[in-house]
Design a binder for this molecule. Structure first.
Ligand SMILES: [Zn+2]
Length: 74
């Protein structure tokens, strides 16, 4: 079972596009928007158990709108 698919992700807080949890290099996870490309900071993990914890922290950041946009700054 893919552990990341068990974590709830809201729509993008910026554009309401579809949010996606991504793994990077097998040691960190972050959430990103398929439409506007904004993303959360990556959260590192070392074990499978920490991976779920990291994914939940990322999902929380995403769901409260703490995302980074590569576009024009504020
Ligand atoms: Zn978006």
């Amino acid at each position: 079972m893919d552990i990341l698919s068990t974590v709830e992700l809201n729509d993008c807080p910026l554009c309401l596009g579809p949010g996606l949890l991504e793994e990077e290099g097998g040691h960190c996870v972050y959430a990103t928007c398929l439409d506007c490309g904004c993303h959360t900071v990556p959260v590192n993990y070392r074990t499978e158990a920490e991976k779920l914890d990291a994914a939940q922290r990322v999902a929380h950041l995403w769901n409260v709108g703490k995302v980074i946009s590569e576009g024009v700054g504020e």
